[in-house]
Structures are given as C-alpha cells and as structure tokens.
Design a binder for this molecule. Sequence first.
Ligand code: ZN
Length: 390
Amino acid sequence: MSPSAVVWDPALLAYDMGDQHPFNPVRLHLTMRLAAALGVLDDVPLLSPEPAGAKDLYRAHSAEYLEAVQQAPMAGWDVGHGLGTEDNPLFTDMHDAASLVVGSTLLGARCIAEGRAQRAVSIAGGHHHAMQDRAAGFCIYNDCSVAISWLLEQGYDRIAYVDTDVHHGDGVQAAFVGDPRVLTISLHQHPFTLFPGTGYSSEIGAGDGEGRAVNVPLPPHTGDAGWLRAFHAVVPSLLEAFRPQVLVTQCGVDSHREDPLADLSLTVDGHRAIYRELRALAERWAEGRWLAVGGGGYQLMRVVPRSWTHLIATVLDHDVTPDVPLPVEWTDLVRGVAPSAEVPPTMSDGADVGYSPWGDGLDDAVDAAIRDTRRAVFPLHGLDPDDPRD
Ligand SMILES: [Zn+2]
C-alpha cells in the first residue's frame, strides 16, 4: 500500500471571511473531527504546512497584487483587485491565512515530488477562482496554480488537473491556458446559470495549449447519474491519451443537492463515487500520483464534512462504507455548534450511484454537453468524438 499524506493544521481555520460569509472554516473543522471520529485518521500523521513565501506566490500572482492583499486590511477601502467586495471581504491577516492555504497544497505536492507519498490531500486548498492579479469567488491566492507551477519546475511536464467543483475552474484554466504541459478539465454547472459565467465547451485553450483546456458545462439538476455519465464520457479517455505524471483534483462539493449556492443536485454518495473513480484513474494513468484539494461546499454541517471525510478516506485507502452511522461524539459536536441542525444518520444520502455509459443512443441535455465537449477537444488528442469506445 502506498503511503499517503494528509496536510492539516488548525491554523488553516484563520481563512475566515466572517460569520455571514458562506466560506466558513467550520466546514474544515467538522470534516477533520468527523474523519478522526470514524477512525479514518488512525495512525496517520497530519503534516503541518508553512505559509507559502513570495517566491512561490509569484508563480501565480503579480507583485502588485501581493502588495494589495498585504495592505488591504489596513487600507480598508478602494483597494481594487476584487478585494473588499461582498464575495471577497477584507479580513485580518488575510495575506498570512491565504499564504498558509497555498503552503498546505504545496506541501502535498512536495511530498509527492520527493517520493514521500504517492498521494496527498489538502482539504483547505482548492481556491481555483483566484486570478493573477485579482481575488474572485472567495479565493485570494490560487493554491492549485501555485502547486502545478511548482511541480512543473520539478521537471514534470504532463500534469492533469480535474476540477469537480460546481463552479468552473477558471483561475487554473487561465493560468495554464497556453501551456501544453497542463491539461485542465472542469465539469461544472452551465455558465448561463452560475458564477463565474465561463467554462463553455468552446473554451479549449490556445496556441501550443490548444485542446489542453476542457470544459463540460452541465445543466442544473444534472444529478449523480448524469454527472457520472458525463465524467466517464470525457475524462478517462483524455487521461489515457495525455498520460499525466501527476493528477491534481479540485474536489469542491458545492455540486450537492443541498448546497445553497448552486443546483447540480449531486449527493454525498455521488461524491464518494467520484473520489473512488479519481483514485482509480490516478492509479491507471498518472503513475499513482494524486494530489487532491478541497474547494467549494456551503452546506457546512450536513454535506461538506461527510463528503470530504470520504475524500480523505479514499486518498488513504481507508474507504468508509456509505451506511456507517455518524459517531455520537461528532453529532453532539454539530449540535453544540448549530443546535437546530438536522444531522443525517449515516455517511450516505441513500442514493443509487449507478449510471448508464454515454453512447446508448439517448440524447438529453447532458448528452448534448458531452457531445459538444468531445467534438471540441477529442480530435486534438487523436480521439474520435463520436465513437463511444474512445
Ligand atoms: Zn464552487
């Protein structure tokens, strides 16, 4: 069994945009407590990150932007760069907190590159909307882009990034849009209906990186079966063709049916199925190297802790069966934080995650998305977009 690294430190809870903001760090705290209560973390050392330094932050961000983030809490107004907005409010020590998030994902990447682990998970990471010179979508610094850039510098030249958050992974796509060494694949709710309004299947990268950006915009209420059908119709073939040396995955869980910000209608069981598939693909096509990060997810009590406990468990090969009851010590903790919360009884939503593979002659809105994406990029990878065997 290959060793896997879990990066975590309670100091990561300092990335806190306020009690009224959806991106509440309690979701990370409750996840780690649930994973521990279920025994997922037994005998697993937690690796404590250092904040990323300027040299690494410059991989993804301009010096002017870094300066603005550092000054913003003191300036307090009119700082620009997407800072101080409703989505990205200023908070004390935001530069330090955001740098630690980057350091967390970077430590996971380092463990993999140095051969200390085959897989690593950084649930505090996944800030995929942050742009070179601007905060966006609750994200200040883009840990995904920094880690991928760092991995490229270590000599890897084929890195695949798969983004399963309900929102388009726009910041990571933008960072590597002309770079043939990085394949970005994002499955997300259709940009007509959701922030950030990008991620059309026609966005395929540019120049030497043409075909290296892949987007699957899915209709609202796609659900587990449709999502998994789309994933299987697009992702495995591209990974087989690209043969990445490392698979980086952004595992946002705002695709859940109870998420207050989006409408893709997946379940915790669907999330678990996705993680198991990502693991299998890393084993099969990425030499076993898998760096998993968190991301969005705003049903703080009922969804994020269960889904990301499944994520951590999957990375560690400590898989948790869906019908496992939630430990009393954890449900008591949740009731202490949120007395009116209705806590689910098990690690499952009771959903069936069966799906029918694409190519069976049906033609609904999900199939139309699949077809558009395949036709946009498959020929650029030597694959036949209309042949279900590819
Ligand atoms: Zn999201």
